[in-house]
Structures are given as structure tokens and as C-alpha cells.
Design a protein around this ligand. Sequence first.
Ligand SMILES: Cc1ncc(COP(=O)(O)O)c(C=O)c1O
Length: 424
Amino acid sequence: MQSVSKPLANGRSAHPEQIHAADESAYDRRVSADLVASRIRAMHLPPFDPLNARAAELRAQGHDVISLGQALPFFPPPAAAIRAAHAAIEDPAVHLYVTDPGLPALRSALAMRLAGETAQRVTADDILISAGANHAFALTVATLVSAGDEVLMPAPYFTNHHMTVIALGAQPVEAPLADRTTFEVRWTDLAPYVSARTRAVVLCNPSNPTGAPVSAAEGGLIVRELASRGIAVISDETYMSLVLEGGHWSAASEPSWRDHVVVVGSFSKAFGMMGWRVGYVLADAAICREIVKVQDAIMICAPVISQMAAEAAVRESWDYPRSFHPELRRRRQVLTDALAAVPGIRWTPSRSGVFGFARVDGCENSEALARTLLEDAHVVTIPGSAFGLSGEGFLRLSYGRAVEPQLVEAARRLAQQLAAAQTR
Ligand SMILES: Cc1ncc(COP(=O)(O)O)c(C=O)c1O
């Protein structure tokens, strides 16, 4: 292994731990090829952080930057969760570990709610509390999938799913969706990509980045077809409570769900609790007992204060996210009307919040376009290419946090920018 020591100005070498954040050149250093696994070196961070960092710089220079980049809702956590967290800080138990799968009271309360959502029998043993949905997804993949297995994902996919599968040594396979208007996932999109090495299929329902929910008819068909082949379904239902029309279909509502389905859920978007880092796995108790081994090895348990706050949200405020549907519908309509007036942009609104996934005519490099939009129009958008090859030519525009005048102004700037690009 090559040394990672850094030469100091005085000619001596610094121990790696002496290179601290203030030393900018430490960021630019390339680590030794021997030090980092090749699959991690081959990964790229999505452009979210650099775009947001640049937006912050532009704001600091006095520019009016509008962000349509954040996959966040506008509402704070419910009051019940905040009250519970205040009370919890005085409780000595909050400073200790709890049992690996999570607070029994939270698991019971959540089981009851999810039984209601899925019309299936769900018990506390079928629930494992994680530090967010991404953590729940990683635990699930680590438990079900072996190195080299293929994990199929309808595309555009959620970037973090793709990254996690690679990080855990498996092989993500992108199955492009045929319907590039509604982005509905269909079994016929997935079937050609199922191979003898396919171990799991990931559903993102509703989807980040497209906002499209999986329909009950297609979802049921997908679960049954995969079950007949012994392939697991990992269903990320982080946005389940933001389906604005038609209701949410959960993969756990299929009668055979216990044998083949793992649902991943979150408190982040439903309850505006992103920073609390709390989510869950819903799976048959026998699968949860396997997942808990990975949980114990990696995390022991999710943050206890967050679990206490989440329990209050589940018990007292389960319908809280639904109270924001009218406002989300209004914002979606404003964005729809505003984008309809932009030549070269096409978007068919989806049934769930908080994303628009808009086609930009003639765009072959959405990353460059997003950068130009930020530099010249001061609008943060997320390039579709961040969500796989199938996302190229699109921009993800979030209406979760932008207020109505900002949505209108962002569309105006978009129109101006695209018109200017055409005359160049
Ligand atoms: C589809 C999806 N899953 C998971 C997450 C992460 O959720 P959590 O904060 O619960 O880890 C996000 C966040 O944007 C998401 O969009």
C-alpha cells in the first residue's frame, strides 16, 4: 500500500490525522488506488451538494437564488413529535441504547398504522426501526443480496438506491421505463431485464425523481411475477403519504407479501423530520430477524430520542401529512401552468408530490444545463442524468419547498434562459 502521508512545507511528512478540514489541499488529494475499493472509487456523488453549495455562494453575493432542487416538504414536524422530544430529553432512558429492532412502543404503534394502510395483519415483530429510509434500504440490500447479484431498478431510479447497491458489492441493472410521459412502472419494462442473477427488484413508490406512484394493477402483477421466480421486491415507500390523488398502493398489501416483499419507509418526508434520521423496515418477522443482525453490527439501534418523537407522530398525528395535500396540489398546479408557458419544456404532472420531472427539448447534457441555469438564471434544478441514463434530457423540479411566486419566477427565468440558448 502506498503512503497517504502529505509533505509539509518544512519537508517532513504529516500523519494523515494531522491533515484537517482547514487544509484545503487535503480535499484535492487523491487517495492511493490501493487504499479504496475499486467499486467505491468508480462511484460518483450526485451533483446535489455542489449545486447547493454554489447556490449558497451566489446567495451570499446578494443574488436571489430560487431552489427547486430540494426533495423536501415545506412543513415542520407535528407538534406532538416536538413535545415528545422535549419530554424525552429529561428521560434518562434517552441516553441509553434500546433493543436493536427499535422501541417496542413505536414498533407496535407503527404496526397498527401499517396494518390499516395495507389491510394486512402486521405485528411489531414485522417492523425494524432504522436511522432513515436510506439506512433501511442498505440494511435490506446487505441482508438479501450477495456480492455480484443483480438488483434491477426501473429507471429513472433514486440515485441513493443505485449507489447503495454498488457500495455493497452487487450489480445495479437499469430497466428504462417505456412510458416517458407518466413514468408508470410496468411489468413489461422489467421482464426483459430479469436474469438468472437477479436477486431483487427495487420499486420506488412514489418515485423520486418522477413523482409517479406504482398502480395497484401493475404493482400487484410485478410482485406476483417476481414471487413466481423467487425474486424479492424491495419497495421504498418514503413518499407514501404524499400521494395526492387515487391513494397509495403498498407492495405489502399483496396477500403473498410476507414471502417476497420488504417495504422501506421514512418519517423524513411524511412528518418533516429529515434531520431526526428515523425510518423503518416492514417485512415478515423472519426476515426482520435476519436484518437485525446487520443492524446490530452497523448501528445497534436508531437514535432513541428520534424514536420517541416518531412514536408520538405515529400515535397522535398519522394523518398530519394529508393536511398538506391541498397546498401541495396548489403548488403543483402553479408549476403546471407556469411550465406550460415555457417553450421547449414538457411535463405531465404526476399524482404525487413533490416533484416535476420535465423534458427539455434538445437537451443532451442535463448536468451542464442545470449548471448554466444556476449560474445565469439563479435557479437550482437537479439534472435528470443524476437518476441514470434514462433521466438524461430531463430536469427534476421540486415544488416541495418553493412558494408559489418562486415557482412562477423560476419558470420565467427558465423560459428566458432556454430562449437565450436557442439564439446562441
Ligand atoms: C425515495 C427516497 N428514499 C429515501 C430517501 C431518504 O430518506 P431518509 O431521510 O428517511 O433516509 C429519500 C430522500 O430524498 C428518497 O427520496
